[in-house]
Design a protein around this ligand. Structure first.
Ligand SMILES: Cc1ncc(COP(=O)(O)O)c(C=O)c1O
Length: 369
């Protein structure tokens, strides 16, 4: 299979798996246990916390482990005071939009921050939202579909100066571009392991000291009493290793991915009518989302699957058909055209040969259609 869907998930790096195995086979003790093997498991969790903190330029004590990006986003949004006002961007992942909508049903007020045609939040949109006086604002750092990277630091600075708490979903940015919790100036940041060649079901919430987190899970007092439950030690160790590898390889990885993306875009632009969404914006080095008039994205996905190529379409399945991507709709893309969207998200094992083959195949499929 040619795997072009790394924003959905990544393969687990062999070095990550190797780091995890001892904690499944030998050092399986509970990190809360006081005897030696328990202390070994505890040290491994602490070391992983340091590795993740180092990748995002934060203190280890600011990192709590969760079950993934979804839980981290849910926890971050739950810091909203009851009946408070929340603002989220129009291009958030469902793990932000769904809890936001639930908070609204429970009495919170919800504002949406619009984006321009390139998927970017503007200074005007930030100024407008400040006037609404929200307690919490959530802005995705890099979008999972288009790859668009927000110019977050100055916006976070302004929001903070107005007494507004800022959360960012940095799940897709992590490991692809430099992510500094301190430089971004946010209060809360969500991370996920399986997007950076770590195991699934593990993530972290990074938080500024003083922000009151309301735990969902109460019990044994783990994770500073903010997230109870016996730690998933092997997965946490794997996440830590993946973070260490991402930090060491970041410059090399992003240069490699960008070169592949440029080759892909060069080929894509030879297809008549093809549009690369948000092409003018600063995007993740591995992500390209495009549409081709009169071509259904899901049909194309299936045809590519038959040829052994895994990509993602921009639409979500719904009873009675597919619904176009809310991200593209927010960017002003016409609904019919949004349904043609295909996302390619490249990874470290992809090669130029795979990209050239893909372009040839795509041209042939588009001609047949
Ligand atoms: C931007 C973004 N946020 C959050 C998530 C959820 O992360 P997880 O799969 O670890 O729950 C994803 C996963 O697709 C994502 O792309």
């Amino acid at each position: 299979m040619t795997y072009f869907d790394h924003n959905a998930t990544t393969p687990t790096d062999d070095r990550v798996l190797e780091a995890m195995l001892p904690f499944l086979k030998s050092f399986y003790a509970n990190p809360s246990s006081l005897y030696r093997h328990g202390r070994i498991a505890r040290s491994a969790v602490d070391a992983a916390r340091e590795q993740i903190a180092a990748l995002v330029d934060a203190q280890a004590s600011q990192v709590i482990f969760t079950s993934g990006g979804t839980e981290s986003n849910n926890l971050a949004l739950a810091t909203l005071p009851s009946q408070g006002r929340l603002a989220i961007s129009a291009i958030e992942h469902p793990s932000v939009t769904e809890p936001a909508l639930r908070l609204e049903r429970l009495g919170a007020r919800l504002n949406i921050i619009n984006v321009d045609a390139n998927g970017l939040i503007t200074q005007d949109a930030i100024d407008k939202i400040i006037k609404e006086k929200p307690e919490l604002v959530s802005i995705i750092l890099a979008n999972n579909e288009t790859g668009v990277i927000q110019n977050l630091a100055p916006y976070a600075g302004k929001l903070r100066a107005n007494g507004i708490r800022v959360h960012t979903d940095a799940v897709q940015a992590l490991g692809k571009i430099p992510v500094s919790f301190n430089q971004l100036g946010v209060h809360l940041m969500s991370l996920s392991s399986h997007k950076i060649y770590g195991p699934k079901g593990c993530g972290a919430l990074v938080f500024e000291k003083g922000v009151e987190i309301k735990p969902f899970l109460l019990g044994g007092g783990q994770e500073q009493e903010l997230r109870a439950g016996t730690e998933n030690v092997a997965a946490i160790v794997g996440f830590g290793k993946a973070a260490e590898l991402a930090k060491a390889g970041l410059a090399e990885y992003s240069a490699k991915l960008l070169a592949l993306r440029e080759l892909l875009e060069e080929g894509l632009t030879t297809i008549p009518g093809l549009t690369i969404f948000a092409r003018q914006a600063n995007r993740l080095p591995n992500t390209v989302q495009f549409g081709i008039p009169e071509i259904d994205g899901e049909m194309l996905l299936m045809k590519l699957d038959q040829k052994g190529i895994a990509v993602s379409s921009g639409s979500a399945c719904a009873s009675g058909g597919s619904i176009p991507s809310p991200v593209l709709i927010a960017m002003g893309v016409e609904a019919g055209f949004a349904k043609s969207a295909i996302r390619i998200s490249l990874g470290l094992a992809n090669t130029p040969a795979e990209i050239l083959e893909f372009i040839d195949l795509l041209k042939a499929l588009v001609c047949q259609a």
